[in-house]
Design a protein around this ligand. Structure first.
Ligand code: HEC
Length: 110
């Protein structure tokens, strides 16, 4: 019984304190400027660039892809399959080899 009544007693006891709290100053809105980081919006030209743009830039920018470390072909293959299978990127399986070739050419080991 006491366990049920105690929260009620505390609430009633605290109410006058809460009601007597001084009014806060009204929130003022003011303009600010934000400097966003520079991002790359276009993939470097090369064979199959269009298929990569079409399949990969719906969810993130080209800059995000280009910011990754270089990987061998098998790494890019795994990456594209991860996008398709884990993140549900609507990649047509027949486009995967072209995408992997482009990524290996642009971000493969030199
Ligand atoms: C359906 C949305 C979607 C599409 C389309 C997509 N991705 Fe992603 N991608 C993601 C998500 C979600 C992440 C994870 C982001 C994070 O961890 O912040 C990601 C992360 C990445 C990463 C960072 C490394 C990693 O594994 O987290 C790379 C590289 C990448 N994507 C490449 C690609 C490529 C190449 C394509 C085209 C085949 C592609 N993405 C298409 C959703 C997508």
């Amino acid at each position: 019984m006491t366990r049920k009544i105690l929260p009620f007693i505390l609430l009633v006891a605290a109410a006058p304190v809460a009601l007597a709290a001084p009014a806060k100053a009204p929130t003022m809105l003011k303009s600010v400027s934000v400097q966003l980081p520079a991002d790359v919006h276009v993939l470097p030209d090369g064979p199959n660039v269009k298929v990569v743009h079409d399949n990969c830039t719906g969810c993130h920018s080209p800059g995000m892809i280009l910011a990754q470390p270089t990987m061998p072909k098998a790494g890019w293959e795994a990456e594209v399959n991860k996008m398709k299978n884990v993140y549900k990127a609507p990649v047509d399986p027949k486009d995967i080899p072209a995408i992997v070739d482009y990524l290996t050419a642009v971000k493969g080991p030199k």
